[in-house]
Structure formats: C-alpha cells, structure tokens
Design a protein around this ligand. Structure first.
Ligand code: NCD
Length: 318
C-alpha cells in the first residue's frame, strides 16, 4: 500500500504493516526502543510535536490503544482531542467522512481511527488533505498495525533473532486483526516458523495466512515454541450460535502452566488484552514469570510515540 509513504520514503499514514519495508519497520522499532523506560523511571517527555494536534476517533471500545495514543502524543508535546463518538454528530447521522472533514478544518494533523467496519482507515486516508496523516488503531478483523509493532518490539527485547524463532499464535485467529498484523511484521522481520493454533471453527480461511503452519491442538502447536501469543475470542465479530462454550474452550485451548511446559523453557507469553482469564489463559500463566503481557502495554506507548514522531516529523522540518 504505497499510499502510506511519502515520496521521500517516510511514513505518512499507517493503515497496515503489509508491504512496509524491513528498514522502515526497524527504524520505527529502534525509535520506539529509545522511548522505553523501566517501570518507576520518569517517562520520556519532549516538545518535538508542539503545535501539532492529534485526534482520537474511536467507534469501537478501547482501553490500552486509546490511552496510549493519547499519552504518546502528549509526551511529544502535541495537543490531543478525544472524540466521544457516542456524543458526537455520528449518532445524528453524520458520515465518518464529514466528521473527518470537520476535524481537518479544525487543523488536526493526525487522525487515529478505530472502527469495526473494514476499509474505514484507508478510505479516510484517501480523502484527507495532504497535511493530514491517518493512523489505524484497529480496523475490523483486518489490521492493527501499532499492535503489530509493539508485539515485535516486545519480542525483540527478549529474542532479537527473528529468523530463528518459532512463534505460535493461539486462539481466535479467524477474527483477529492482531494476528494478521503480527504475521505481517514477523514475516518481514524474517520469521519462517509461524504457527496458527486454533479449533477448526476459529481457523482463518485456507487462502489467508499463506506460509503459516496450522495446528488444531496446543500440544502440537506449542512444541518447542519460543513465543506464544494468546488471543481473545472476538465474540463481537461472531454470531451467538458460533461462540464456543468458554469452559469447553479452556479445556482444549486454555494456556495453563502444564501446557506452557511444551514450549521452550525460556518461551515468552504474550496477549494483546483484554484477557479472559480462565477462558484462553490461566491466571498462573498471565501473571507468571514467562509473561511479557505488561511489557506489551508499556511498549505500546513507545511505539505510538515513534509512529507519531515519524508521520509528523515533516512539521518540524518546515
Ligand atoms: C485488541 C484489539 O482491539 O484488537 N486489543 C488491543 O488493541 N490491545 C485485541 C482484542 O480486542 O482482543
């Protein structure tokens, strides 16, 4: 998706990680790493984006992504507007594009969009003025690019040699934008052994995720894995009748300590959250020594700082 890049190769929009070069991804990860601080240390603060305004436009629920985009913008000195979609004119029938044009007239520089409908961030990106950047904060089941970046940053902090990793993605892969963006970025970074582990009903269509191996049991999929990425069942994207029974699901696909022992002893456990403890993951694992789930949240702010800094850098230059 070349519309994401400016003629000089810098990032203008972030809609998907697919087709972004390894060099660009590594530049974003390096920049993000420079913003990471240990817990307890003061967060990095700069005025690099002073005078810029970032708007959060979320029409689907979000805790971590929305808060971390807001913190990221503020820590770089930008102003932030959070549009409460329930209170805004969208419920009076105003179209997404009219809302976007209004924000553009108000001199918004970056629009952060989460929407349940496929295609929305890309459509908005193709309609905004050249001075406006669009960042996807989650597009239907299609893509969640900043989540992919923070997942890769988290893996890199523990296991920097992506080429040799065995990464197992477990759970509701069919409806997961997190899984799609994860596969795009791990592929680009050189990981060949990517495993999808799911019950048949939650496995993506055969033509999707080319090159990933497919496993219907944890026992098979977790063997010798270096990274285990657990996913929530996306009940909001499924008909009630298709929802797996939680207790039954946990019995076969819940990540317990006993099952985690099938992976490598130094394997890391990830989850984008929100977590359903006792459904896809046991508390003993989520809070256990191999879990990097809280690091993922911390890295989320750093990654969003790096992305905002990249797409708005031209403002500083001018
Ligand atoms: C994910 C999402 O919204 O796609 N959450 C997140 O952004 N960290 C995963 C999920 O909702 O299960």
């Amino acid at each position: 998706m070349n519309m994401q890049l400016r003629p000089d190769g810098s990032l203008r929009h972030l809609i998907t990680l697919e087709h972004l070069s390894r060099a660009l991804i590594e530049r974003l990860l390096d920049r993000a790493q420079s913003f990471v601080r240990p817990l307890g240390a003061p967060a990095p603060v700069s005025r690099a984006l002073a005078g810029c305004t970032v708007a959060n436009l979320f029409t689907e629920p979000s805790t971590r992504t929305r808060v971390s985009f807001e913190l990221a913008a503020k820590r770089l000195g930008a102003d932030v507007v959070n549009l409460e979609v329930q209170l805004s004119s969208r419920i009076k029938g105003e179209s997404m594009l009219d809302t976007v044009f209004t924000l553009q007239s108000l001199h918004i520089d970056a629009l952060v969009i989460r929407d349940a409908e496929p295609g929305v961030p890309g459509t908005v990106a193709s309609h905004v003025a050249p001075s406006v950047s669009v960042l996807s904060a989650g597009e239907a089941h299609i893509a969640h690019p900043t989540q992919g970046l923070l997942d890769a940053l988290t893996v890199r902090q523990h296991k920097p040699r992506f080429e040799s990793l065995r990464i197992a993605i477990v759970g509701d892969i069919r409806h997961s934008r997190v899984a799609r963006s994860a596969v795009h970025i791990f592929r680009t970074l050189g990981t060949a052994d990517l495993r999808l582990v799911a019950p048949p009903g939650l496995m993506p269509a055969p033509e999707e995720f080319p090159g990933c191996s497919r496993h219907t049991t944890l026992e098979e999929g977790l063997r010798e894995a270096d990274v285990v990425m657990m996913l929530r069942i996306q009940s909001e994207r499924m008909a009630q009748a298709d929802l797996p029974d939680a207790a039954h699901y946990y019995e076969s696909y819940g990540l317990t300590s006993a099952r985690l022992a099938l992976a490598r002893p130094d394997a890391i456990v990830m989850h984008p959250q929100p977590m359903n403890r006792g459904v896809e993951i046991a508390s003993e694992v989520a809070d256990g020594p191999q879990s990097v789930i809280r690091d993922q949240v911390r890295n989320g702010v750093a990654v969003r700082m790096a992305v905002l800094d990249e797409v708005l850098a031209w403002r500083r230059a001018g």
